[in-house]
Design a protein around this ligand. Structure first.
Ligand code: UGA
Length: 428
């Protein structure tokens, strides 16, 4: 198929490269000329396992190219909207980029002779496709959705760090449609990929994406709540999960207690769902608590450190891990950022190390943070160590000998760790 993808972020690039590698002809449209230049020079503007190689192969075989010009979509039959939907300061979803993208696509639909399909793959608040995107497409094309052009929703469930694997091995393919032709075109994109395909209305598909992320976040805050109780009882929450997770109704996944969830998706989508729910006249009490528990884990970590070290003024604290999870350089909403800001507010000096995320962290953290070359250099001469991302290299026990350690990600086995360091788990 001839496919255009708008937005060269995580979702857009992974989707574009994966589809091009299946033999489709893909054009990536992004208004950021730097990104466009990088892609055409076979370099991924983001770090994602396997993406650089896949992009480069697809460009060499002429299956993928990038452009800054929306006219690129005229040479395609279907456009996947993958632009970002970040948070506004009040937690609502910023639909500025997606609205702009819909207008530009609309303009192109207005001059295109053949029929075209538009697929919303960005995460949007339920109701956005019908309430904002379709009206923009219709206004700028002066054509009628479902009559002159097709519209579908196809949310992504990719996890950063294993997004390409996730694309080719999805748990399910969700297709939201108003008429069959649009859904059939989306289904064709995934030909050869084996997964249950579930087709439904457009707003239901949007809600499935939000519900999935909200449920994942709920599992994490739930187990952190239980973990905080366990800690007071002297019980290891990880042992509890072993016994609970075997119940097929509960499952063992996404029950790793720790410093809490970050990233560009779970916090943002949850806040947007809470905001939209209040707007609809319903106060979503469970979801609000999920956000509160998550925020509180950071304060719990600070309290633990202060209980042992006393006043933090003049103390040197080592932070291992800045990314919101391992195998990515992404620091968006990473718990480490907030922990570091609070430590510095309390007068502590911070030495930090992350295998990939330091360049990104430098641009948002206070200048005074001292970045180190490796984990061993970081832990040298500090009053305590905080582990905030579970990179494999932080499992090296020689980093922690005779040190005071606060583990926010269960990188060490607590029983063993207590034999060689002053070890404290955040909720175990
Ligand atoms: C999340 C969802 O998992 C994807 O299915 C979804 O497609 C994506 O958002 C999105 O909306 O685009 P991602 O943000 O890449 O994916 O990250 P996750 O792997 O879900 O992890 C999120 C955060 O939760 C991380 O900070 C991680 O450390 C934390 N986490 C995860 C826990 O604290 N405990 C767990 O048991 C699992």
């Amino acid at each position: 198929m001839r496919i255009s993808v708008t937005g060269a972020g995580y979702v857009g690039l992974v989707t574009a490269a994966a589809l091009a590698s299946k033999g489709h002809n893909v054009i990536v449209v992004d208004t950021d000329e730097t990104k466009v230049g990088m892609i055409n020079q076979k370099k991924s503007p983001i770090f994602e396992e396997g993406l650089d190689d896949m992009l480069s192969n697809c460009i060499e075989s002429n299956h993928l190219r990038a452009t800054g010009d929306y006219e690129g979509i005229l040479d395609t039959d279907i456009t996947l909207i993958c632009v970002g939907t970040p948070s506004n300061p009040d937690g609502s979803m910023n639909l500025g980029y997606i609205t702009e993208s819909a207008k530009e696509i609309g303009r192109m639909l207005g001059v295109k002779g053949e029929r075209h399909a538009v697929v919303v793959r960005s995460t949007v608040v339920p109701g956005t496709t019908k309430g904002i995107i379709i009206p923009a497409l219709e206004q700028y094309s002066r054509k009628k959705a479902h009559v002159d052009f097709d519209v579908a929703v196809n949310p992504e469930f990719l996890q950063e760090g294993k997004a390409l694997h996730g694309f080719f091995n999805p748990d399910r393919i969700i297709i939201g449609e108003e008429e069959q032709r649009a859904g059939d075109m989306v289904q064709e994109l995934y030909e050869g990929i084996s997964a249950p395909t579930i087709r439904m209305g457009i707003t239901t598909a949007e809600m499935i994406k939000f519900t999935s992320n909200a449920f994942l976040a709920t599992k994490i805050s739930f187990i952190n709540d239980i973990g905080n109780i366990c800690k007071r009882l002297g019980v290891d929450v990880y042992d509890v999960v072993k016994g609970v997770g075997v119940d097929y109704r509960i499952g063992e996944h996404f029950l790793s207690a720790g410093i809490g969830f970050g990233g560009s998706c779970l916090p943002k989508d949850l806040k947007a769902l809470v905001h939209s729910s209040r707007h609809l006249g319903y106060q979503p009490m469970v979801l609000e608590s999920v956000l509160d528990v998550n925020k509180n884990q950071i304060l719990n970590m600070l309290r633990m450190v202060e209980e042992r070290l006393g006043n933090l003024e003049g103390k040197t604290i080592c932070v291992l891990g800045l990314a919101f999870k391992p195998n990515t350089d992404d620091i968006r909403n990473a718990p480490a950022l907030e922990v570091i800001r609070l430590l510095m507010e309390k007068g502590a000096s911070v030495k930090a190390y992350d295998p990939l995320a330091m360049p990104n962290a430098r641009s948002v953290l206070p200048e005074k943070v001292q970045y180190c070359r490796d984990a061993h250099e970081t832990v040298n001469g500090c009053d305590c160590i905080l582990v905030l991302t579970e990179w494999d290299e932080f499992k090296d026990e020689s980093l922690y000998h005779e040190k005071m350690v606060f583990d926010g990600r269960r990188v060490l086995d607590p029983g063993e760790a207590r034999t060689f360091c002053d070890y404290h788990g955040i909720c175990w």
